[in-house]
Design a protein around this ligand. Structure first.
Ligand SMILES: [Zn+2]
Ligand SMILES: [Zn+2]
Length: 404
């Protein structure tokens, strides 16, 4: 890393480590991030960074106003919630809450956003425009904390022009930076199908309408969406995750409930899959004399990175880390992130910070009970947030009118 670009980091390295470990030891579940919010607020206040709390519940928004003149506003997102996973690792900063763990790296995201804010605040005399830090609840749960933050006005006053998001990534070597212009993650949505038949005695099936047999055919037919209905180049997953029906071996139940999830990477395909689920469920159920009631629970859209801002991000990365240091990821992932909700309102870039290091055992997948990050990557993440934010401020600045 070209250290001369972010000389402030030198003084903060130990604090960054300790902050992340404090957050890791005190994880809180989605929408319950009360202590986390209080901690972040106290850190920001101790540095005289103006902040607001109680945004969309436990959200915290910090505002850094540049003093070198008016300009655009760039936001950095840090997600706050942990997962209902019992941490299985033994180290000095293991979770103090049984059954709750920062297994998705949100402790590191908050830490890096916090220190990027700290450094940008220290640089405010030379900043044109504003920087907002959005500490957001409930990334892991539905309803989405990002959506709630937008509704609560986090992107207004001053209006935010671009948003930057970071996610640790064990599948990239530690300290690598990866980004992808355009679609970067899948949209993740859910469905529920109630297959209604007519209950009866298991010995007299001809007097009943068996929803279990109908539901079995619906489950199989749903698999033809990916194999027969969607263009093979468009990734699609349709998974039935639960089948609920019946109480006893000799009773035909009146109803079976199926619940599942579908993931897509193309907004048109997303609509089409929802229509196909409805059409197939109804048609197949009807062919058995049953009916189907389909509900689509729209979840999180795809993260779609703004191409010009992604170019600006790559420029910033090259300046900071050297030519070719930012990897353009070859494909979008089937994972999802509610960062996508900000991008439905303003352009943004969501990038990945490599944290995988086999020697430290940090190559395990996200959401694993022994997940951990290579903490040496965090200063790179902070530096990248600072450098990209400054690059976005320059890129988005209106071309000043020529002097009269
Ligand atoms: Zn996660
Ligand atoms: Zn995550």
């Amino acid at each position: 890393m070209h250290r001369e670009r972010i000389p402030e980091l030198e003084h903060h390295t130990t604090d960054i480590l300790q902050t992340r470990r404090h957050l890791h030891r005190h994880p809180e579940l989605s929408n319950q991030e009360h202590e986390t919010a209080a901690y972040l607020a106290s850190r920001l206040a101790s540095w005289d960074i103006p902040l607001r709390t109680g945004i969309a519940g436990t959200g915290v928004v910090a505002l850094i106003e540049g003093q070198a003149g008016p300009g655009p506003t760039v936001a950095i997102r840090g997600d706050m919630d942990a997962l209902p996973i019992h941490e299985e690792r033994q180290h000095g900063y293991v979770s103090t809450r049984p059954g709750v763990m920062h297994a998705c790296g949100h402790d590191a995201h908050m830490t890096m956003a916090l220190f990027a804010g700290r450094i940008l605040h220290q640089r405010r005399a030379t900043l044109r425009g504003c920087v907002k830090i959005l500490f957001q609840p409930s990334e892991e749960a539905s309803p989405s904390g990002a959506e709630a933050m937008v509704r609560a006005g986090a992107l207004a006053d001053p209006p935010v022009d671009a948003v930057l998001g970071i996610h640790v990534f064990p599948y990239l070597p530690s300290r690598a930076i990866g980004v992808r212009p355009g679609v970067a993650t899948a949209a993740a949505d859910e469905f529920e199908i109630l297959v209604h038949g007519r209950g009866g005695h298991a010995g007299y099936p001809h007097l009943a309408v068996d929803p279990i047999v109908a539901a079995a055919h619906v489950i199989l037919a749903l698999q033809t969406i990916a194999s027969r209905r969607i263009r093979p180049n468009d990734p699609v997953v349709v998974t039935v995750g639960t089948v609920d029906g019946g109480t006893k071996a000799n009773i035909i139940p009146p109803t079976v409930r199926l619940r599942g999830t579908f993931r897509t990477q193309n907004p048109q395909v997303r609509e089409q899959v929802a229509e196909e689920i409805d059409r197939i469920a109804q048609g197949v159920a009807n062919s058995h004399g049953a009916t189907a009631e389909v509900t689509i629970h729209w979840g999180c859209p795809s993260v779609i990175n703004d191409p010009p801002l992604t170019e600006a991000f790559v420029r910033a990365g090259q300046r900071l880390l050297g030519e070719g240091a930012v990897q353009i990821l070859p494909e979008a992932l089937m994972g999802a992130d509610d960062f996508a909700f900000y991008q439905q309102h303003i352009p943004g870039v969501y990038f990945r910070l490599g944290t995988g290091n086999a020697e430290k055992g940090t190559e395990l997948p996200l959401h694993h009970p022994r997940f951990d990050i290579d903490e040496d990557a965090m200063p790179i993440g902070v530096a990248m947030l600072v450098e990209a934010t400054e690059e976005f401020l320059r890129t988005l600045a209106p071309v000043s009118a020529p002097a009269a």
